[in-house]
Design a protein around this ligand. Structure first.
Ligand code: YZS
Length: 261
């Protein structure tokens, strides 16, 4: 059941959302994403000032990313506007208070986008981050690229996307992916401390500042022709044999062989 795969708690006035799809290493299933989005809506109604997004304690994989078995069939846009993961990213970014990602273990693909969509990232030494569309032959969405470009230096964004190789916690902290890198034993207490501190500050001012920052960083006007050209480039990729091959290779647990067609 979807409700069992997302933990929803309120501790000391802090909303805590926990990814609990342990069997699939917290692959971000549609029903889980809908539940996350709904939980954020209900936290906002209850005026919960700060939210923590986390995985269950002890997970070596924080999240394996978009559930690959649920990606739209090859030939269709893999990351459409209405994708439930995209809806969750928008809900996090629009939440009228800070959302903190508390990270241990590896973070893959769309889950990295989710972490970057949070306002603050607190992690321990076991954290690592990879963005993996070139392992699948998947053309990432422009909004998603903006999330990375808005947070990280362009040469790092390119390295991450072109290699699909995880960066380890130390480097991630150096490059600004992580706000606070703390010892594992202190991850929960440190995160709660920062959450409580932010929850004691003026919520209306905070909500205004967060929304201002969101609008400023989302504001990238692109001419209609340019956007359509980008969509054509993406379409060429998601209609290709390579994208089929990338998905098939994952499902068959083998390495993909890409041909550029
Ligand atoms: O064989 P069973 O049924 O036990 O299932 C296996 C995996 O198939 C499943 N699983 C997933 N199922 C759906 N979607 C996923 N993303 C996913 N990841 C894993 O979980 C069960 C345990 O996985 P194993 O591979 O056996 O575990 P392990 O050997 O410990 O390896 C862990 C990793 C995380 C290294 C491995 O599972 C992995 O490489 N997973 C895929 C990671 C990934 O590339 N995620 C990005 C997905 N793509 C996106 O989010 C974006 C759309 S994009 O591609 O654009 O970045």
């Amino acid at each position: 059941a979807p409700s069992a795969l997302i933990g929803v708690e309120i501790i000391d006035g802090i909303g805590i959302l926990t990814l609990k799809n342990r069997r699939k290493l917290n692959a971000l299933r549609r029903d889980m994403m809908r539940r996350l989005t709904e939980s954020l809506e209900s936290f906002a109604e209850d005026k919960i000032r700060v939210v923590i997004l986390r995985a269950e304690a002890g997970m070596d994989v924080w999240s394996s990313g978009h559930d690959i078995t649920e990606l739209p069939r090859p030939g269709q846009d893999p990351l459409p506007y209405a994708d439930p993961l995209e809806e969750t990213l928008r809900a996090i970014r629009a939440y009228p208070g800070p959302v903190i990602a508390m990270v241990h273990g590896s973070v893959w693909g769309g889950a990295f986008d989710m972490v970057l969509s949070c306002d603050i990232v607190i992690a321990d030494e076991s954290a690592s981050f990879a963005i993996t569309p070139v392992n699948l032959g998947l053309p990432y969405n422009t909004t998603g690229l903006l999330h990375f470009v808005g947070r990280l230096r362009e040469n790092l964004v390119k390295e991450l996307f072109f290699t699909a190789t995880p960066i380890e916690a130390k480097k991630a902290a150096e490059y600004g992916v992580i706000n606070h890198l703390v010892p594992s034993a202190q991850l929960e207490t440190h995160t709660m401390e920062i959450a409580r501190q932010m929850a004691s500050k003026a919520p209306l001012a905070m909500a205004a500042i967060k929304e201002q920052l969101r609008v400023i960083s989302d504001y990238q006007p692109i001419a209609a022709q340019v956007f359509e050209r980008l969509q054509d480039l993406r379409r060429k990729a998601y209609e290709s044999a390579d994208y089929r091959e990338g998905i098939a290779a994952f499902l068959e647990k083998r390495q993909p062989a890409f041909k550029g067609e």
